[in-house]
Design a protein around this ligand. Structure first.
Ligand SMILES: Cc1cc2nc3c(=O)[nH]c(=O)nc-3n(C[C@H](O)[C@H](O)[C@H](O)COP(=O)(O)O)c2cc1C
Length: 183
């Protein structure tokens, strides 16, 4: 399976970081792109560097490289997940703006009718955020807000994060067995 992971500058970088680590362990071919703000937040919230990300993906692209493989629909991918997704990137995708590689790769998923999962993180949400999300949902995008449940009674933050990552993976049909499901 070949999956693109995009990381933007929303809070919750830990979800993207954990997802990369788990997909790498599961042997998924992960193509990764991180925005400039995404790098800042990864460093600030997780202490993660470019080298760390390099180690857990098949390919890591420069967000300015619009000639990268994932910028073309002829390069086949099974799914793209943007985790976490800022309101800036979400708004750009909802309105067909593709001035960087992450945005272009998302636009490609839409035009090719492939699976695109967006994990937005912002609070509170204004009406522009909400209407952009509605637009995306009506275009077939799965909107999976970064709002983990508590019904599995997490003992720590790691269990909370894994619950969220597990629910994101459900959307792309990858079973990692990392959280207790409701029985
Ligand atoms: C520490 C930090 C946390 C942020 N958290 C959020 C957030 O949760 N949601 C959001 O939409 N923007 C957040 N931002 C603002 C975005 O980083 C900013 O809008 C940026 O332009 C997004 O660019 P990108 O979509 O290219 O990554 C945050 C910024 C910083 C520095």
């Amino acid at each position: 399976m070949r999956v693109t992971i995009g990381i933007t500058g929303a809070s919750g970088a830990v979800y993207g970081w954990r997802m990369l680590q788990l997909l790498y362990k599961a042997g998924i071919e992960v193509h990764c792109v991180v925005t400039n703000s995404g790098w800042d937040v990864l460093k600030h919230e997780c202490g993660v560097s470019t080298e760390d990300i390099h180690k857990v993906c098949y390919r890591l692209y420069d967000n300015n490289n619009l000639a990268a493989a994932i910028a073309s629909g002829s390069f086949k991918t099974d799914a793209m997940v943007i985790v976490p997704c800022s309101m800036h990137s979400l708004g750009a995708i909802a309105n067909g703006i593709s001035h960087n590689l992450l945005l272009r790769a998302a636009d490609v998923m839409l035009k090719e009718g492939r699976k695109l999962v967006i994990v937005p993180r912002e609070t509170p949400l204004n009406s522009i955020h909400l209407s952009n999300m509605l637009k995306l949902a009506q275009s077939g995008v799965k909107i999976v807000p970064a709002s983990p449940g508590f019904y599995h009674q997490p003992k720590d933050l790691a269990e909370l994060v894994d619950m969220m990552v597990g629910r994101i993976c459900d959307q792309i049909e990858i079973e990692l067995n990392i959280f207790r499901r409701w029985q």
